[in-house]
Design a protein around this ligand. Structure first.
Ligand SMILES: Cc1cc2nc3c(=O)[nH]c(=O)nc-3n(C[C@H](O)[C@H](O)[C@H](O)COP(=O)(O)OP(=O)(O)OC[C@H]3O[C@@H](n4cnc5c(N)ncnc54)[C@H](O)[C@@H]3O)c2cc1C
Length: 435
């Protein structure tokens, strides 16, 4: 029976960041992962887009803060990695103004409130910057089987907002590995191929005692953090804490397409992240002059809720729809005969906003429900969870008096009550991957 101050379940980008945060706080930590390597769960399939625009002020504030951590990645880590450091390509993000998103008026108000810089491009400016685009409107997004799929509605979109504080990280799995090396430098143990099968309680008091892994070994600790990504609900069920939660999580299947970029060579260096709620596709450059295409979850697409241990890993019509939707905005795009990309799971909360919280079981915490949009926040969340855990272990009742956290780069203080498992569904949320 090994003893630690804290057990982190999951060595994804957020689990590894939390382990680092706890170690920097002086705790003896072990990270357990049923996979073979850090970041090889849903993190590996991430598009790793960094962007400051969300639907809520708190969502925007945390994401804008994350941008500064990625910009200063080597200093933040303060550790070498024999595989090298993940690279943040700070190419910016372009978002189409559409009637559906109110021409981004609300988002620019949020950016103004945060002093987050942006440029307002009219249609001619957008086309001068990105001559490969069409500004025709196809709204509303349609499914492939709809006879009207691909037909423009005759309108033209008015332009876009360009956000400088954004881009993407070249290798999301490597970024988790970087965090692991930084945590190991402070004495954190990472154990792979160790599947948590039960949350252990003291026989007499019922207090949290640790976890049991496959093979029957018990690892003891007074603190356990659920960072199991799409398996978060299963771990919460093992702990018996779901009944107390107003917001729940479940796994959603998603496909991402990787296609040769239809734009001049150098797109990987000069293209931007591009988000388009008119066609409901987002794109970003990918190494080797590829374009990566993801979905913004339009209403016409049936959501595929799955068992994270049993889902289809093959591409489907979803992949074809993605590429054809991107082709409405970039008419020179062709659909490759062979599907390439990623089939992965989001861990989606009821309002697509994560849960960073304690639970009804003292000592049991969770950083879950990351809803396809929290890679960018991982390094900040590591520090935030360490502060939350220190406060709760020190006796603060976070449910009554929420812990606050200082965003040191953007100079704001946020209440972690925003991420409570017991909040009401946030009506401002986009209820999509946009958060
Ligand atoms: C297709 C896709 C695209 C995305 N794009 C973006 C994006 O562009 N920008 C953005 O900010 N975010 C994005 N995200 C979201 C982001 O990638 C995730 O929020 C983030 O990677 C989650 O990290 P994590 O550490 O919480 O979980 P994971 O990386 O899923 O790690 C969880 C770990 O827990 C382990 N585990 C599970 N059960 C057990 C168990 N019983 N015992 C032991 N270990 C267990 C798993 O093996 C896994 O390694 C995307 C996600 C996906 C899937």
């Amino acid at each position: 029976m090994a003893e630690y101050d804290a057990i982190v379940i999951g060595a994804g980008v957020i689990g590894a960041a939390i382990a680092l945060g706890l170690a920097r706080d002086g705790r003896k930590v072990i990270v357990l992962d049923k996979g073979g390597e850090a970041g090889h769960g849903s993190t590996a399939g991430s598009c790793a887009i960094i962007r400051p625009y969300y639907s809520t002020l708190d969502g925007c504030a945390l994401a804008y803060e994350g941008h500064f951590y990625w910009k200063d990645w080597a200093n933040f880590l303060d550790a070498e990695d024999e595989r090298g450091h993940a690279r943040y390509v700070n190419c910016g993000c372009t978002v189409m103004k559409t009637p559906g998103n109110g021409n981004l008026k609300r988002v620019t108000e949020l950016m103004d409130a945060l002093d987050c810089p942006y440029q307002d491009w009219d249609g001619p400016t957008l086309l001068q910057k990105m001559p490969w685009l069409s500004t025709e409107s196809y709204f509303p997004p349609k499914s492939l089987t709809d006879p009207a799929f691909g037909e423009t509605n005759g309108e033209t979109l008015p332009g876009a907002i360009f956000f400088e504080a954004g881009g993407y990280v070249t290798d999301p799995a490597l970024s988790a590995h970087n965090l692991m090396r930084a945590a190991e430098k402070l004495g954190v143990t990472f154990r792979f191929r160790a599947e948590v099968q039960a949350i252990e309680r003291d026989g007499g008091t019922g207090a949290l005692a640790g976890v049991k892994i496959d093979g029957g070994e018990i690892i003891a600790a007074p603190v356990v953090v659920n960072v199991a990504g799409p398996h978060s609900r299963k771990i919460n069920e093992m702990a018996g804490v779901t009944d107390d939660m107003r917001i729940k999580t479940r796994a959603l299947r998603h496909e991402v397409a990787h296609v040769p970029a239809p734009v001049p060579l150098g797109y990987a260096e000069h293209g931007t992240v591009f988000s388009d709620s008119d066609t409901s596709a987002y794109t970003r450059p990918e190494q080797g002059d590829y374009m990566l295409i993801g979905s913004e979850d339009p209403e016409c697409d049936e959501r595929q809720w799955v068992d994270p241990d049993d889902f289809n890993r093959d591409f489907s019509d979803m992949w074809t729809a993605l590429v054809m939707r991107a082709g409405q905005r970039v008419p020179t795009l062709t659909v490759p005969s062979q599907a390439k990309g990623v089939v992965e799971l989001y861990d989606v909360s009821d309002d697509w906003i994560p849960i960073y919280d304690k639970s009804s079981l003292p000592g049991f915490y969770m950083a879950i429900g990351t809803s396809g949009n929290q890679f960018k926040n991982a390094p900040v969340v590591g520090e935030m969870m360490a502060k939350l855990i220190a406060a709760c272990e020190g006796g603060q009742d976070h449910d009554v008096t929420p812990v606050t956290f200082d965003l040191k780069n953007t100079k704001r203080t946020i209440s972690l009550g925003f991420y409570s498992r017991n909040r009401a569904v946030n009506p401002d949320s986009s209820m999509s991957v946009l958060g």
